[in-house]
Design a protein around this ligand. Structure first.
Ligand code: AHM
Length: 339
C-alpha cells in the first residue's frame, strides 16, 4: 500500500502487532490523542474567525498568561484521555497538580503527561504551535489511585511520546520505541495519513536554533559553543549552519528533526537572579528527547542525558539541548570545558 494511504489508526495497530502481549490500551490512548489533536487543530484554524483569540485572563501555575486556546486544548486532552479509564494519572503544563482520580482512572495502566498548547504566545500572530505528550507505564498497582511516583518517572522509561504541530498543515509525529513516524492531517478526510515514515535526523545538520537575544545571559560555555556553531571557533562545525528560531519549541524541533540541527534553551544568568531554565522536563523536554533519540539524535541538559533525569516535581524545568547527536555532545563538551 502507498504510505500516504495508511492512516494513523492503521499504523498504530500495525505497531501493536509487534507486541503480542499488548492489550490495546496504549493504542487506545494514542487514538485518543490523535482525535484530540484534530479537535484542537480545528479550533486553532477557526480561532481568528470566531474572535476567541486573546487571553482568558487567568494565570497558569507557571505564572504565565494563559490564552483561551491553552485552556481549550487542555480540556479536550483531559476529557479524551480520562473517560475510558486507560490512564491512571494525567499531568499537564496547564494544571498545578496531576489528576489522579476520575471514575475508572484507578484501573488505568498508563500515565499521560502533556503540554496541551506549547508556544501559545505565538497563536495570535499566526505562528505554528504544538501539543507535546509522553506516556509512561504506571509503577503502582492498578485498582487504586495512582501516586506522584507514577508521574515522576525519567524519560528513559517512556513507553511512547510525540507531538502535534499545528502549522501550514497539522502533523502528528510519534514513537512507541520503534522509530519515529509522521502523519499529516488530510483536512477533507479528517484523517492523519502517514507522510513521513521512519524519520531520521539527517547526518549533515543545517540549522542552529536558539534565542540569540539572551546571549548576554549565557554562560561562557554556551557562548563559545554558539561561536563554534557559527564557524568562529578554531574547530569548525560539521557543516556551515544557518540560524532559525521560531520560538515555538514544536516548530523549532520539527524543522531540525527533518533538516538536521540543534535547538537549545540554556540556563540564563540574569543579574541579581538565580539562574533559571525555561522548558519543562516532563511536559516538553523528555518527550522531545525520546523522539530525538528514536530518530538517531540526542538531548541533554548540557551536562547529562535528558532521559536519565528523574523529575522531582511535575513542573521542573531544565536547560535543553536537542538535535543531531554530534552537535548536542559538542554542547556538553563546551559546557564541561568552560561552564
Ligand atoms: P510557552 O509555554 O509560554 O509557550 O513557552 C514555551 C516556549 C517554547 O515553545 C519555546 O521554545 C520557548 O518558550 C521560547 O521562549 P523565548 O520566547 O524565551 O525564546
Amino acid at each position: 500500500m502507498h504510505s500516504s494511504l495508511i492512516t494513523i489508526e492503521q499504523h498504530i495497530l500495525e505497531q501493536q502487532k509487534a507486541h503480542p502481549e499488548a492489550t490495546g490500551i496504549l493504542t487506545g490512548i494514542l487514538y485518543d490523542i490523535a482525535l484530540a489533536a484534530k479537535i484542537i487543530a480545528r479550533e486553532i484554524r477557526s480561532a481568528g474567525l470566531r474572535h476567541i483569540l486573546g487571553e482568558a485572563g487567568s494565570i497558569n501555575v507557571q505564572g504565565e498568561r494563559q490564552m483561551k486556546l491553552d485552556i481549550f486544548a487542555n480540556e479536550v486532552l483531559v476529557r479524551m484521555s480520562s473517560f475510558a479509564g486507560r490512564v491512571a494519572a494525567i499531568g499537564s503544563e496547564e494544571m498545578a497538580a496531576p489528576i489522579f482520580e476520575m471514575g475508572p482512572m484507578r484501573h488505568g495502566k498508563y500515565v499521560l503527561i502533556f503540554d496541551p498548547l506549547d508556544g501559545s504566545s505565538n497563536i495570535d500572530v499566526n505562528i505554528s504551535v504544538g501539543t507535546i505528550f509522553g506516556i509512561y507505564r504506571r509503577k503502582s498497582d492498578d485498582g487504586r489511585e495512582a501516586t506522584m511516583e507514577d508521574v515522576l518517572q525519567p524519560g528513559k522509561v517512556l513507553v511512547a511520546a510525540g507531538y502535534v504541530i499545528y502549522g501550514s498543515s497539522t502533523m502528528m509525529v510519534y514513537s512507541t520505541g520503534s522509530g519515529v513516524h509522521g502523519f499529516t492531517l488530510e483536512p477533507a478526510l479528517g484523517e492523519f495519513l502517514l507522510s513521513h515514515p521512519d524519520i531520521r535526523i539527517p547526518e549533515r545538520p543545517q540549522y542552529y536554533s536558539t534565542n540569540m537575544a539572551y546571549e548576554r545571559w549565557w554562560s561562557e560555555g554556551v557562548r563559545r559553543y554558539t561561536a563554534y556553531l557559527q564557524g568562529m571557533e578554531a574547530e569548525k562545525p560539521p557543516a556551515a549552519l544557518s540560524s532559525r528560531y521560531v520560538g515555538s519549541l514544536v516548530a523549532d524541533f520539527h524543522r531540525n528533526l527533518l533538516r538536521g540541527g540543534v535547538f537549545y534553551y540554556p540556563l540564563l544568568y540574569k543579574p541579581g537572579k538565580a539562574p533559571k531554565p525555561k522548558l519543562r522536563l516532563l511536559c516538553e523536554a523528555a518527550p522531545m528527547a525520546f523522539i530525538a533519540v528514536q530518530a538517531g539524535g540526542y538531548a541533554s541538559d548540557g551536562t547529562q542525558d535528558i532521559l536519565e533525569i528523574v523529575p522531582e516535581t511535575l513542573h521542573q524545568r531544565v536547560p535543553f539541548f536537542v538535535g543531531n547527536r554530534s552537535l548536542v555532545e559538542r554542547a556538553e563538551d563546551y559546557i564541561r570545558r568552560y561552564g
